[in-house]
Design a protein around this ligand. Structure first.
Ligand code: ZN
Length: 252
C-alpha cells in the first residue's frame, strides 16, 4: 500500500479569520489544498478529495466573487494544480480511480468531483443530505447526475487497511481517513477535522461552525492516533505541509 500526498494549489487566507480566531487575526498566510491517493497492493486506486475546480486557474474569484469570503480566502491555483493534471503526472487517468472518498463538499475538497463518474464515491449520508438541504452555490461541483454516490453512516472500512472515520464539526458528516501503511505505520488524514497543529495545541475550535462537535472529533482522532501509534496529518497546516513528502514521492 502506498500513500501519495497531492498538491492541489493554495489559498491565501486570513489566519485568524479562517483557522485560529484570536491568533493571527488579519495575518495572511498560504495554506495548501490537498488530495491523497492510496494505491493498494491489489491495484485498487483510492482518491481522497479532488481539490478546487480548474476554472479557478483563469478566474480565482470563480466561487466567491461578490461575497465577503472572497477577501478572507483568496484562491491561488495553477494549471498543474488540477487533480486531473496531478494524476497524469502519476501515470493515471481519472477513470483509473476506483474509489473516491469525499470527505465533505466544500469547494476546495470537492471541486474536481465531476471528473470521477467512473468511481464509487464514498460520502457520509449526513454530509450529503446536509449539502442538499443547505443548497450552497457550490452544489453544482458535486451534485451531478453522472456521479455514483455510496452513502455511508459512521465509520466504515473502505478496503482492508483504509477506514473512513466520521468526524463532524467542520460540517455535519465530515469524514477523516485512517490508512495502514506497511512501513510508515498507520496514518490519519484528519482533513478539516483538524486544520492545524495550533488548533490542537491551543484547543481552539472557534473557527468551526460547530465548535463542540469539532473538539470532540479532534479529541477522538488524537486518542486514536495515540492508541494506534499513528501519524496525524492536519488538513491545512503550513508548517507540517513543508515537511511532508509530496507526489510523485510517496509513503509506503
Ligand atoms: Zn479544507
Amino acid at each position: 500500500m502506498r500513500l501519495y500526498i497531492i498538491d492541489l494549489g493554495r489559498c491565501n487566507v486570513d489566519k485568524g479569520g479562517v483557522l485560529t480566531p484570536g491568533s493571527g487575526d488579519g495575518v495572511r498566510i498560504d495554506i495548501a489544498i490537498v488530495g491523497y491517493l492510496i494505491r493498494t497492493d491489489d491495484g485498487t486506486n483510492i482518491l481522497v478529495d479532488t481539490g478546487m475546480h480548474r476554472k479557478h486557474v483563469a478566474d480565482p474569484l470563480a466561487t466567491h466573487r461578490g461575497r465577503p469570503l472572497a477577501e478572507v480566502l483568496r484562491v491561488v491555483m495553477k494549471a498543474e494544480d488540477d487533480v486531473v493534471h496531478r494524476l497524469r503526472e502519476l501515470g493515471l487517468r481519472p477513470e483509473d480511480i476506483h474509489i473516491l472518498i469525499s470527505t465533505h463538499f466544500h469547494f476546495d475538497h470537492a471541486g474536481g468531483h465531476e471528473n470521477f463518474g467512473h468511481a464509487r464515491i464514498i460520502a457520509q449520508r449526513e454530509c450529503y443530505e446536509h449539502g442538499l438541504a443547505t443548497n450552497p452555490p457550490t452544489r453544482n461541483l458535486w451534485d451531478l447526475p453522472h456521479l455514483r454516490y455510496e452513502l455511508v453512516e459512521g465509520d466504515v472500512d473502505v478496503v482492508p487497511g483504509v477506514r473512513a472515520l466520521e468526524t463532524p464539526g467542520h460540517v455535519p458528516g465530515h469524514q477523516s481517513v485512517l490508512v495502514r501503511l506497511p512501513r510508515t505505520g498507520p496514518v490519519i488524514l484528519a482533513i478539516d477535522a483538524i486544520y492545524t497543529k495550533e488548533n490542537l495545541d491551543t484547543d481552539n475550535w472557534r473557527g468551526y461552525p460547530d465548535p463542540a462537535r469539532a473538539q470532540a472529533s479532534a479529541r477522538r482522532l488524537v486518542e486514536l492516533a495515540r492508541r494506534e501509534g499513528a501519524t496525524l496529518i492536519y488538513g491545512h497546516d503550513p508548517a507540517q505541509w513543508a515537511t511532508l513528502r509530496k507526489a510523485p514521492a510517496y509513503y509506503d
